[in-house]
Write a protein of this length. Structure first.
Ligand SMILES: Cc1cc2nc3c(=O)[nH]c(=O)nc-3n(C[C@H](O)[C@H](O)[C@H](O)COP(=O)(O)OP(=O)(O)OC[C@H]3O[C@@H](n4cnc5c(N)ncnc54)[C@H](O)[C@@H]3O)c2cc1C
Ligand SMILES: Cc1cc2nc3c(=O)[nH]c(=O)nc-3n(C[C@H](O)[C@H](O)[C@H](O)COP(=O)(O)O)c2cc1C
Ligand code: FES
Lengths: 295, 312
């Protein structure tokens, strides 16, 4: 290729179009508070639930309302399996940030939301001796399913991954009351390390301190996956690069459709020729190799 | 609702014939391939891929969209790979579809519009051209759509070289839409589509900055429907050229309002983002809605709005 391709090319870039995407108005099965400003929404949606894999997301919209108008992207937290072992639903965990999440937090079981997905690419299924998950705040949500998958506890969609030798979660929050699902993470059998900005739980400091510690201990092995505020992801990406450990990040650009049709969700992504180009996070992401992102 | 097979949904837009009046608007349906998994593309009356330009354009810096009450502002900035990439990479896919593809083009100058139309002459897979003389997000983008003389020139210029029917897409950011519609019609446009987005702004007062990366942007969605309806009605009074209504359409009722106000067809835009299968729901109900007015064809109900005499 000669001239830098300045945009998204539908046919030869092979992004992850929403080919298996389903749209439905679904009933809220549960909407439980997990921590300060943090809730877990559960819906029954077998068609979607059977396909979705860790790192993918769904769009959730408050059915029938024109304000808020647009859906909101939320990562897969986990799928729901019934007593017969059938995958029947999905769970997302969200933090109250503004209009839509504030309203959603008031929803009761029985109310309706509109939901479409699975959307986006996914975390790499590549085998690793040590999977190190680094989460800042609500960025912990995509790691529940990923942890279970790499620990061999659960599988998702059609993909089968090789059990990782070790799985570690480094999880930082502002303070103790925001930590969600720490017990649930521990129950999966992974190594959980916590940090808080105010020292009220875990290490008093940043989540990057925890990552540095893990890499010191393991001799810079395995690979890192990361989700959280941009400054934090930038710091994690830098540290991983310094230690020559591969790193994937999950970007949280604002989205309007999640389907690849509006071009609002772009991130600056480095191309093979060294130039940067705007890529649609919803179809070419949200998971990117950290070294390709200009933070 | 049960389909009423006896209802004729076909549309004639000058030389362009469509099986039904439900189209999807440029910039709100990607390059259609993205939606193939969730929408039955073959049922749509027509598809307008995202506007292409002569040269590739990276588009504007984020944030590119902001949700506002009942709508959204966008400043995408005609992000596209340029006409050659379109012909090489997207057109081969469109050729495989049965749905008419209406290619939206935007030029910086009249010559560029004409050049692009010439490049697309006779190419298979293109049912018509839509001239985007109305994008608010590129400097000088709306010039042709604001000045009736320039609008006439560019439409006539493209009409002279294009082998496909030509649609002019107008901006609402003018004081007299009738004059513009008349100019486009007289220049030979097969149809006129309206409206593009309404220029707007969102502000973060604490930071004293606009929220969009580009400062201003185009408002779309349910919030603009009354403006669009008013303009379609006004255009229908000013010209006999068939109209395609656009602006805030999301439901069957919305479509019917536009038909009655004077639109022969409609394009669904922002609603594809938040209700991606709405076009299918609309198509399911359309024959029944037309039948409920005692009509046997869509054609019979277009422009049948009568203004009530004011009661005082
Ligand atoms: C792939 C993906 C996965 C995600 N997964 C999760 C998840 O699992 N859990 C979770 O809680 N959140 C997740 N998010 C983030 C979540 O989508 C947002 O927090 C949510 O949309 C907020 O909606 P709201 O209406 O409550 O807030 P809004 O009222 O929309 O805004 C919240 C904040 O974002 C800012 N904002 C608004 N619009 C824009 C814009 N266009 N660009 C930049 N900033 C803007 C506002 O100023 C405000 O501070 C994810 C995002 C992506 C892209
Ligand atoms: C994100 C976005 C991108 C758009 N891009 C284009 C475009 O490339 N070309 C064009 O002619 N119109 C574009 N439009 C305008 C729409 O086609 C339509 O005219 C407008 O949004 C009003 O209709 P709606 O309210 O149904 O969305 C865009 C609109 C949105 C919201
Ligand atoms: S959110 Fe619409 S293209 Fe990505």
């Amino acid at each position: 290729m000669t001239a830098p391709v300045t945009s998204h090319d539908a046919s030869h870039a092979q992004p992850h179009f929403a080919d298996g995407c389903q749209f439905a108005k679904v009933t809220v099965a549960a909407n439980d508070r997990l921590a300060r400003d943090t809730y877990r929404l559960r819906v029954t949606f077998p068609g979607l639930a059977r396909r979705i894999v860790p790192g993918q997301f769904v769009m959730v919209r408050l059915a029938g309302l024109n304000d808020p108008l647009l859906g909101r992207p939320l990562a897969l937290y986990d799928t729901v399996v019934d007593a017969a072992g059938q995958v029947t639903g999905v769970e997302v965990v969200y933090r109250v940030m503004g209009k839509a999440t504030a309203r959603l937090s008031q929803y009761q079981a029985g109310q309706s939301v509109e939901l479409w997905g699975p959307l986006g690419n996914a975390f790499s299924p590549a085998a690793t001796e040590h999977l190190i998950m680094v989460a800042g705040g609500i960025g912990h949500t995509p790691f529940m399913a990923l942890a279970k998958e790499f620990l061999g506890v659960r599988s998702y969609g059609q993909r089968r991954v090789e059990r990782a030798g070790r799985v570690t979660l480094c999880y930082g929050e502002r303070s103790a009351e925001y930590f969600a699902a720490v017990d649930a993470f521990r129950a999966t059998g992974l190594d959980v390390r916590l940090s808080s900005d105010d020292g009220s739980l875990g290490h008093h400091g940043r989540v990057t301190d925890l990552l540095r510690q893990v890499l010191d201990e393991n001799g810079n092995r395995g690979r890192v996956v990361c989700c959280g505020p941009e400054v934090m992801m930038a710091a994690v990406a830098r540290l991983a690069a310094e230690r020559s450990v591969p790193c994937q990040v999950s970007l949280e650009t604002p989205m309007a459709c999640g389907l690849g049709i509006c071009f609002s969700c772009v991130a600056k992504v480095r191309q093979a020729d060294g130039t940067y180009d705007y890529k649609r996070t919803c179809v070419e992401g949200p998971i990117f190799d950290a070294e390709k992102i200009e933070f | 609702m049960t389909a009423s097979p006896e209802i004729d949904l076909s549309v004639e837009l000058g030389r362009l014939r469509l099986a039904n009046p439900i189209l999807v608007a440029s910039g709100t349906f990607g390059y259609a391939r993205e939606m193939a998994g969730i929408v039955d593309l073959g049922r749509l009356g027509g598809i307008l891929p995202k506007t292409i330009t002569q040269q590739p354009r990276p588009g504007n810096a984020p944030w590119r969209t902001i949700e506002t009450t009942g709508g959204m502002l966008n400043s995408i900035g005609l992000d596209n790979d340029g006409i050659e990439a379109f012909v090489a990479h997207h057109l081969p896919y469109f050729v495989t579809l049965t749905t008419p593809i209406i290619v939206s083009i935007a030029g910086k100058t009249e010559d560029e519009f004409v050049e692009m139309a010439r490049r697309l002459r006779d190419l298979p897979g293109i049912a018509a051209l839509e001239l985007n003389v109305s994008c608010p997000n590129v400097s000088a983008g709306t010039d042709f759509g604001k000045d009736p003389v320039k609008c006439h020139h560019v439409v006539a210029g493209v009409r002279a070289v294009a082998t496909q029917p030509v649609i002019a897409k107008l901006t609402p950011n003018v004081s007299d839409i009738g004059t513009l519609a008349k100019a486009a019609g007289e220049a030979g446009a097969d149809a006129i589509s309206l409206i593009n987005t309404v220029l707007g702004m969102a502000v973060d007062w604490k930071k004293r900055r606009p929220l969009l990366g580009n400062g201003m942007g185009g408002l779309s969605g349910p919030a603009i429907k009354p403006i669009a309806l008013r303009m379609v009605y006004q255009a229908a009074q000013a010209t006999r050229t068939p109209l395609i209504g656009i602006g805030g359409i999301a439901t069957l009722d919305d479509c019917m309002e536009f038909f009655v106000a004077g639109a022969s067809a409609v394009q669904i835009g922002t609603a594809n983002f938040y209700n991606p299968t709405c076009t299918m729901t609309i198509l399911d109900g359309l024959p029944g809605a037309i039948a409920s007015l005692g009509a046997k064809s869509l054609h019979e109900i277009v422009g049948t709005l009568t203004l009530n005499p004011p009661k005082c």
